[in-house]
Design a protein around this ligand. Structure first.
Ligand SMILES: Nc1nc2c(ncn2[C@@H]2O[C@H](COP(=O)(O)OP(=O)(O)OP(=O)(O)O)[C@@H](O)[C@H]2O)c(=O)[nH]1
Ligand SMILES: [Mg+2]
Length: 521
């Protein structure tokens, strides 16, 4: 049967450590899809959150790869993607931003706007993704609420329009003033924040004496905002001019219900999407979907490779045969799954906004489109300028086959970019990364998942420019540069430093040497 419930598809983004995975967990807890939150303890000894399933993520308490969760809240289907904050993994985060309709941007109340948050915000602005702001960790001492709003307004030029206002300063979080109703939503702590935090809603007249003073301050703040014209305006929000703001403690599960309600009330659902050639695919048109992520290693018991696709238009029914735009070949969708962290279950139907996983669909790559009916192809996801380069080889020559398979898989996932040249041969590809943590992920996964330890040797390059086959020939033998070919066919010229790249470009204007989009810090 067709599921016509409305969809909300969004990414949680921020600088590392602001609490994205903890918030993801809190949202799932609140929607009652999990019964107890894992983030009971701080980093290190906590049990993993549903979204941080990878061994390395559990060990380090950071997110390395984005994770998708689907659940139902009220009468809506929520598709949430928790993204890694670390700039070394920003390619992954950017891929996710190509597949969502809105973003929840977290700000650590103690730290304010941080560099990576700013960068991610700029991507949202560029892509026209409306942003909801959550000021998190209000249970800990932090900045003043007005100071935080001021930072948002000044640094990202977005008008902050708080929908809730904290009752109690940072570190003394009693609840929030719901600015739409004027009520006090009072929170109660639970042990370690592991279960849903009970909340009581009351009119101003029922505020107890204990809370009277902080309540009066909150009311003052709220009135000030109203005078300052900082009330939510749906059109301005959708146009990317303003951002609704909420206050929360993901760890205590405070403010989570308000965020879910807000997403349902104001966040946009799926809408018509343009293809590369400008043709528009309406939401209720024939089925089409866009692959934004490929991941394996989710299940140690059997080899799996999941291609995550966002349904852009039409109704998906498992078993339908669609067209793979990149090859024009038919693609059978028998093994479609819905995804919840590392768990997958067979999915029968999906609607625009949903994220589905295709198991062991070897043909599908990041950026690919599959469609039914009239052809459509969605724009590719950009890959970033790598700034770190390693020559890699099998640590154990006897396991070369595993080595090859592992590198191929990690390449397809985009864990690193893989470059090759005749000169270096297939045995020692060059791995190129936006940030060095990516190499650690490769090292760990090669050893554990592919059973082939890897040996790295650092290459003395810092800059990559895109060139072409003619450029490759022309640059041969020049000093301080080497040309390799990426798996997607493009030629990259690697230079020892920026100076050498600039001089080479200046002295050889006939050679194509194009800068790549910057990704890292
Ligand atoms: N006090 C307090 N701590 C929090 C809160 N939310 C998260 N934390 C803690 O902050 C740390 C980072 O939380 P994560 O949820 O892993 O942060 P993240 O944004 O997902 O981090 P990356 O994915 O690595 O970028 C953990 O120790 C959490 O327990 C909060 O509301 N209050
Ligand atoms: Mg995380």
């Amino acid at each position: 049967m067709a599921d016509t419930r409305p969809r909300r598809t969004f990414a949680v983004i921020s600088h590392p450590d602001a609490g994205k995975s903890t918030l993801t967990e809190a949202l799932a807890l609140h929607a009652r899809v999990i019964t107890e939150a894992g983030a009971v303890h701080g980093k290190g000894d906590r049990r993993a959150t549903v979204s941080d399933w990878m061994a390395m993520e559990k060990a380090r308490g950071i997110s390395i790869t984005s994770a998708a969760l689907q659940f139902v809240y009220r009468d809506h289907v929520i598709n949430l993607v928790d993204t890694p904050g670390h700039s070394d993994f920003s390619e992954d985060t950017y891929r996710v931003l190509s597949a969502v309709d809105s973003a929840v941007m977290l700000i650590d109340a103690g730290k304010g706007l941080e560099p990576q948050t700013l960068k991610l915000f700029q991507v949202c602005a560029l892509r026209g993704i409306p942003v909801i702001t959550v000021i998190n960790k209000w249970d800990r001492p932090g900045l003043s609420p007005l100071g935080l709003l001021d930072e948002i307004e000044r640094q990202i030029k977005l008008r902050p329009t708080p929908l809730t206002w904290p009752v109690g300063e940072a570190g003394d979080f009693r609840g929030v003033l719901d600015r739409r109703t004027g009520e006090f939503v009072k929170y109660t702590r639970t042990a370690g924040g592991a279960t849903i935090a009970p909340e009581r809603r009351m009119p101003a007249s029922a505020v107890e004496a204990d809370d009277a003073e902080v309540w009066a301050e909150a009311v003052e703040g709220h009135e000030l905002l109203t005078l300052d014209d900082a009330d939510h305006d749906q059109e301005r929000f959708l146009a990317g001019e303003s951002t609704p703001v909420m206050f929360a403690s993901a760890l205590q599960n405070f403010g989570v219900a308000q965020l879910l309600d807000l997403l349902l009330d104001v966040a946009p659902g799926p809408s018509a999407t343009p293809g590369v050639d400008g043709t528009i695919r309406a939401v209720d048109d024939d089925f089409s979907a866009f692959v934004f992520k490929v991941q394996s290693g989710m299940n140690n018991a059997h080899r799996d490779r999941l291609a995550y696709a966002r349904v852009v238009s039409g109704r998906f029914e498992r078993g339908m045969v669609v067209t793979h735009a990149a090859t024009g070949r038919p693609f059978a969708t028998k093994y479609a799954q819905s995804v919840f962290g590392r768990d997958t279950t067979s999915v029968e139907h999906a609607s625009p906004g949903d994220i589905i996983g295709f198991v062991n669909a070897q043909a599908l790559r990041v950026g690919d489109t599959v469609y039914d009916g009239a052809p459509i192809e969605y724009p590719p996801v950009p890959s970033f300028a790598p700034e770190h380069f390693m020559s890699a080889s099998a640590g154990d020559i006897g396991r070369y086959k595993q080595f090859r398979r592992g590198i191929e898989q990690l390449d397809q996932e985009g864990v690193v970019q893989v470059l090759r040249s005749d000169l270096r041969g297939d045995q020692s590809p060059v791995l190129a990364a936006v940030g060095p943590l990516q190499f650690e992920v490769v090292e760990e996964r090669m050893k554990n998942e592919f059973n082939s330890p890897i040996r790295f040797s650092r290459l003395d390059y810092q800059v990559a420019r895109r060139t072409d086959a003619d450029g490759a020939v022309a640059l041969k033998g020049k000093r301080g540069v080497e040309v390799l070919q990426r798996t997607d066919g493009s030629h990259l010229a690697l230079f020892v430093d920026q100076w050498r790249a600039n001089v080479t470009a200046r002295d050889n204007p006939e050679i194509l040497l194009e800068a790549l989009p910057a990704g890292g810090s």
